[in-house]
Design a protein around this ligand. Structure first.
Ligand code: BES
Ligand code: MN
Ligand code: ZN
Length: 490
């Protein structure tokens, strides 16, 4: 779906639907009236104003009201989307309002849809809006014969900011790539197939890459990752992609992703309820691959390396066991107390490769702990770091994109939790308190002195319920944060 820029007036634009935005307290008539909503209102004889008066149309952020065949307007449908209070309008509001309009219109197959929302928007807001409309019209029903959401055949955007619109499209498509990788079921999406898809992305975008198979992982002594993989009949993979946008001497940013294509819990088996959505446990890796696609397509002038560990955590006669002692790639020994704390074992080896590849800074993304969801809820990611300055930079990138996140403390005493009597460390803490932090403390053992930040996306990566601006299932959250971080990287 390529977006086309137009500069026709909204009421005269031939389209199946036009979208106009409405701020709270926006004036539709008189000298102060400006913008697309006012123009359409005037052409339609004051229709929008009357409906606002009767509270049939609301300007609340993300509310959408569709008007069918209004007189005086060339388009068949006018969708009025609420933009919320003007003073609060930001990238997040742009993303959500356009996403909500796109999702509402996508309930039927449409031809041409034209957006007249961006009066007075900044370039960043245009980018976020175009990104949001791409995400809003794609659903999770990949395997349904009758789709619930339909991508329109043509999308137009009223405005002049061609670059911002293009960038929004690139990032929206990257989020949808991430969402698709996560939404595909575990029978189809396993380490080998995920790695093949990553290789396709690398090829299409001209990125360098390597894929490590089991033999290579053995040669590299990835004993922690391989232990998790052992219970599965699907062989593991490590994916390494490089975007070389700057010179060799410039520092490299490493993006690391947890890619557990299905987490049964292993011998510490999950109950059915907790296992149902565990195809989402590769969302960290999918977020990294989506972000790399966007970083490469945008041609960002920076060096970025992506590393993802892909395994399936399964039950069989070969499964790793409680009490096993594993030797990670960096030489540390790990006593296994719970096979459901598998993500940190996978990441342990991937992080050590990131360090060995000379990453200047690392950020990892992982659906790592239920504890993080208990602490912060479904919509907020936890951020933990060994370097406050780097953690603040990562959080600032997320904040400008409107991707909700909050820091969790890495106090020294949490290290006591992962002490072991038989090995260097153990893979879970005593009891369940502070579980998100214990997991981060475990990861910290594998990054050496490299500034590193860990984003636990167990809450926001996957939704059981839809949002007005995005279907249920994979959210694609934190693709934008990683792209923003790469833009600010130097
Ligand atoms: N993949 C899960 C965490 C998770 C939970 C992701 C809910 C998404 C939604 C992870 O591998 C896991 O099982 N963590 C355990 C850790 C525990 C055994 C210390 C958990 O959170 O219960
Ligand atoms: Mn688990
Ligand atoms: Zn897991």
């Amino acid at each position: 779906m390529d977006i086309q820029l137009i500069d026709s007036s909204p009421e005269q634009t031939e389209a199946d639907a036009i979208v106009v935005g409405l701020c709270q307290d926006e004036t539709l008539v008189g000298a102060a009236a400006a913008g697309a909503a006012a123009a359409v209102d005037k052409a339609a004889g004051g229709l929008i104003g009357r409906l606002v008066e009767r509270k049939e149309i609301s300007a609340k952020l993300g509310d959408v009201q569709m008007l069918f065949s209004p007189a005086g307007v060339a388009a068949g449908i006018v969708a009025v989307v609420g933009l919320g209070p003007r003073e609060n309008f930001d990238r997040r509001a742009a993303f959500e309002s356009c996403g909500a309009a796109a999702k509402k219109l996508a309930t039927k197959q449409r031809g041409r849809v034209a957006y007249f929302v961006a009066d007075g928007w900044t370039a960043e807001q245009v980018e976020a809006g175009v990104c949001g409309l791409h995400v809003g019209c794609e659903g999770q029903d990949l395997y349904r014969a009758e789709k619930r959401l339909h991508v329109p055949t043509e999308v137009c955007w009223a405005g002049k900011d061609r670059v911002a619109a293009f960038q929004g499209q690139v990032i929206g498509e990257a989020m949808n790539l991430t969402r698709r990788l996560v939404n595909e079921p575990p029978g189809d999406m396993y380490p080998e197939t995920f790695a093949n898809r990553a290789a396709d992305v690398a090829f299409e975008c001209g990125m360098h890459g390597e894929i490590w198979d089991r033999e290579r992982l053995e040669a590299e002594r990835c004993g922690a990752l391989l232990a998790v993989a052992r219970g599965s009949s699907r062989a593991p993979r490590m994916i390494i992609l490089r975007h070389e946008g700057a010179s060799r001497n410039d520092p490299t940013l490493a993006l690391v992703g947890k890619g557990v294509t299905f987490d049964s819990g292993g011998l510490s088996l999950k109950p059915s309820d907790g296992m149902l959505t565990m195809k989402c446990d590769m969302a960290g890796a999918a977020t990294v691959i989506g972000a790399m696609q966007a970083i490469a397509r945008l041609g960002l002038p920076v060096n970025v390396i992506a590393l993802c560990g892909l395994v399936e955590n399964m039950v069989s006669g070969r499964s790793y066991k409680l009490g096993d002692v594993l030797r990670a790639r960096n030489g540390k020994t790990i006593e296994v107390h719970n096979t459901d704390a598998e993500g940190r074992l996978v990441l342990a080896d991937v992080l050590s490769v990131a360090v060995d590849r000379g990453a200047a800074n690392i950020v990892d993304l992982a659906t790592l702990t239920g504890a993080c969801v208990v602490g912060l809820g479904l919509d907020v990611a936890g951020v933990m770091t060994n370097d406050e300055a780097w953690g603040a930079r990562v959080r600032a990138a997320a904040d400008t994109c409107g991707e909700l996140n909050w820091p969790l403390p890495m106090f020294e005493h949490f290290n006591d939790q992962i002490k072991s009597d038989v090995a260097d460390i153990k893979n879970v803490g005593e009891g369940r308190w502070g579980g998100a932090i214990t997991a981060a403390k475990f990861l910290e053992e594998f990054v050496g002195e490299t500034p590193w930040a860990h984003i636990d996306i167990a809450g926001p990566a996957f939704r059981d319920k839809p949002k007005p601006y995005c279907d249920a299932g994979a959210s694609g959250q934190f693709v934008r944060t990683l792209v923003e971080l790469a833009r600010r990287w130097k």
